[in-house]
Design a protein around this ligand. Structure first.
Ligand SMILES: Nc1ncnc2c1ncn2[C@@H]1O[C@H](COP(=O)(O)OP(=O)(O)OP(=O)(O)O)[C@@H](O)[C@H]1O
Ligand SMILES: [Mg+2]
Length: 199
């Protein structure tokens, strides 16, 4: 088995068409809390993959999980958007991102970590990394999910983030249930952030 990535929270191995995501022990966390956290994130991720596989949303197929720290999912062969999003391709990719987030949110799924490292391009864009996801239809939760994407774009793609996010929102608004209300709330979420920064 080949180690593909040693992330902050997980080790990812590849065995042919399968990715094994193993959440690693964190010594700075109290042992009990650490075990609980790894277990709950693995279970969360498993549950969301199950739901998404059921509606054919572009994400890895769930193979299995030990409900503790290990998740086996399909290997998606392609680059992460972090490595390819550019001035040349941002428009198409951002439209697709906006439509796909709308689809997730319409299903009541909040991703919780929308970054371009969690999106892989293979014919179309696949979403991964659902360890912080949860089920909610609240406007506030959806707006916060979009806000986190904005922050991630801003820090990772300083040259195109503004145009990219604008395009994401344009498509999102069209395809998301209560899209307009969610985007209005996003503005409020951001005002709150700015006011906090002033204190
Ligand atoms: N199913 C998959 N197919 C192909 N590559 C994957 C797959 N799952 C994860 N990866 C690769 O591994 C990276 C980390 O995976 P993931 O996002 O699930 O873990 P993580 O918890 O975010 O780890 P960290 O936050 O420390 O980066 C991804 O950014 C991607 O490059
Ligand atoms: Mg990730």
């Amino acid at each position: 088995m080949e180690l593909i990535i040693q992330g902050a929270e997980a080790k990812l191995f590849r065995d042919g068409e399968v990715v094994i995501k193993q959440r690693i022990k964190k010594n700075y966390r109290l042992a009990e809390i650490d075990t609980r956290l790894r277990k709950s994130r693995t279970k969360r991720e498993e549950k969301v993959y199950r739901t998404l596989n059921g509606i054919n949303f572009p994400c890895p197929r769930l193979i299995n999980s030990d409900e503790k720290e290990t998740l086996k999912i399909e290997f998606i062969d392609g680059p992460v958007l972090r490595d390819i999003l550019s001035d040349k391709n941002f428009n198409e990719l951002s439209e697709e991102i906006g439509r796909k987030i709308a689809r997730l949110h319409n299903q009541g799924i909040i991703h919780g970590d929308l970054t371009t490292s969690n999106m892989i391009l293979r014919n179309e864009i696949y979403f991964i990394d659902f360890g912080l996801s949860f089920f909610s239809q609240k406007i506030e939760d959806k707006a916060t999910d979009l806000h986190l994407l904005k922050e991630a774009l801003e820090s990772t793609h300083p040259l195109v983030w503004e145009k990219s996010f604008e395009t994401v929102l344009k498509e999102y608004k069209e395809f998301a249930k209560e899209g307009k209300e969610i985007i209005d709330r996003l503005q409020k979420v951001e005002e709150r952030g700015r006011n906090k920064a002033k204190i």
